[in-house]
Design a protein around this ligand. Structure first.
Ligand SMILES: [Zn+2]
Length: 143
């Protein structure tokens, strides 16, 4: 079982994660499958299958050490996700999943947006996060 909820459109970074990590994107996956179809995230090329046991929810192991192999999901500096949209012109969608606390009430942020490419929507999600949830932006992330 993979330790992450895999879905189409997600970006994963090759471990150990660094600024230059190779990025792959999930193109096709059915829950329960042993393999997912992926492509290089930036070019959309090199379609291939990888074992889902190589996909992880964190670049760190359960002992807090950097993973030396496999792939870690690229969640950006905070919690949002990227997926396919229903729009032909803007086939990608980001959705904020941050938790917003207002006084005694806690709810999930419902912000979202569309873009032409995964990079576009990632940018939109990052802008939203900086503007709306500055407390969730890690120090020094994405200068
Ligand atoms: Zn938000």
């Amino acid at each position: 079982m993979p330790d992450t909820a895999i879905s189409v459109g997600q970006i994963y970074l090759a471990c150990p994660v660094s600024d230059g990590s190779r990025r792959i994107r999930i193109e096709s996956y059915a829950p329960g499958d042993a393999r997912a179809e992926v492509v290089d995230a930036d070019s959309g090329k090199r379609p291939r299958q990888i074992l889902v046991t190589q996909l992880h929810s964190s670049p760190l192991t359960e002992y807090g050490r950097p993973r030396r192999n496999g792939y870690a999901i690229d969640t950006g500096p905070t919690t949002w996700r990227i997926k396919r949209s229903f729009s032909r012109a803007f086939p990608w969608e980001w959705a904020c999943t941050a938790t917003v606390t207002t006084g005694p009430q806690t709810r999930q942020c419902s912000a979202n947006g569309l873009g032409r490419t995964p990079q576009d929507v990632r940018h939109g999600a990052e802008q939203h996060t900086r503007a709306t949830h500055p407390e969730l932006v890690k120090d020094g992330a994405d200068q």
